[in-house]
Design a protein around this ligand. Structure first.
Ligand code: ZN
Length: 304
């Protein structure tokens, strides 16, 4: 019964992800070249030929055209299909994670449009968060610059969405919304009576100030000026105390990756590498398993 709704939604979200991924590619490439982003029609980067509809389908066109432009036959960068695929997969993973929340699955069976909206609001927000983080990370890897303008877009969307959820929960409490916040490892563990939005704001401050402190202490050698803003954004979307799991994960992954890069000779010790992608990875892992990690940690604390 549920499968008939859930499987088509998986397919839909994957396809939606490839379309968003394709748009992220356009934003990244045109931003790098200081070109207009939205109004210019899709065209081949090399010969400038306008793309026909069937040449512009995310992922599939690359496969049909065997990775070459249909007009000038030059190779299309493999980054395009890769980030389309990655966005599709991440959208599927976000949905999979939401299906694990009690009450989310139940919301599919015969309820009002209002309740559908309330249940899908956090899911939609997380799809926006993932798209913003992917955009920031790919751009950071390629250019060592954090596009803070897009962080602001994600932050404003999050602030509006979380405030709306706060109001709904205040005047018409719905089990799913409180579950949603507890499940992200937010206020639920320590202060179950505190609404999610305050946990989000605490996460924002902790994430931002912690990384800002490191930038200040190391005089910008360890991380760049943009990194505190990424950490603040991820702290906001995860809330407290999940923000601590996220920071811990980001440093473990970042540290191991730097060590591996230095040992393998890809990077010299003083060379700068983008820390944004490690923050993003730490944030996504916390989104997936942060709740479990926090539970294990608290259980250990209580045993001692
Ligand atoms: Zn071409």
């Amino acid at each position: 019964m549920l499968k008939e709704i859930i499987y088509p939604l998986y397919v839909f979200l994957f396809l939606l992800g490839t379309i968003i991924g394709s748009f992220l590619n356009v934003v990244i490439l045109r931003s790098e070249r200081n070109q207009e982003i939205v109004k210019t029609p899709s065209h081949c980067d090399q010969c400038g030929a306008k793309l026909k509809i069937w040449e512009n389908i995310p992922l599939f066109s690359y496969i049909f055209l065997r990775g070459r432009c249909g007009h000038c036959h030059k190779t299309i960068s493999a980054i395009n299909p890769m980030s389309e695929f990655l966005t599709g997969v991440l959208f599927v993973i976000v949905f999979w994670r939401f299906l694990q929340i009690p009450f989310f699955q139940a919301s599919f069976t015969g309820i009002s449009a209002m309740q559908w909206f309330i249940n899908f609001l956090p899911l939609a927000l997380w799809l926006i968060y993932v798209a913003v983080l992917l955009l920031i990370s790919i751009y950071d890897i390629r250019n060592l610059v954090v596009m803070d303008g897009f962080l602001i877009v994600g932050f404003v969307a999050g602030l509006l969405g979380e405030s709306l959820m706060f109001l709904i929960d205040k005047y018409n409490p719905i089990a799913f919304l409180s579950y949603y916040h507890n499940w992200l490892g937010s206020a639920g563990f320590f202060f179950p009576e505190i609404p999610g939005i305050f946990s989000n704001i605490a996460g924002l401050l902790i994430g931002f100030l912690f990384i800002k402190g490191i930038v200040w202490v190391t005089k910008g050698r360890a991380m760049g000026d943009g990194d505190p803003y990424i950490a603040g954004f991820i702290g906001f979307i995860l809330g407290a105390p999940s923000v601590f799991v996220f920071l811990f994960m980001a440093f473990i992954i970042g540290g191991l990756a730097c060590f591996a890069l230095i040992v393998s000779g890809y990077k010299r010790t003083k060379q700068y590498i983008a820390f944004g992608p490690f923050l993003t990875l730490g944030g996504l892992l916390t989104f997936l398993w942060g709740e479990k990690i926090l539970q294990i940690y608290f259980n250990l604390m209580m045993l001692n």
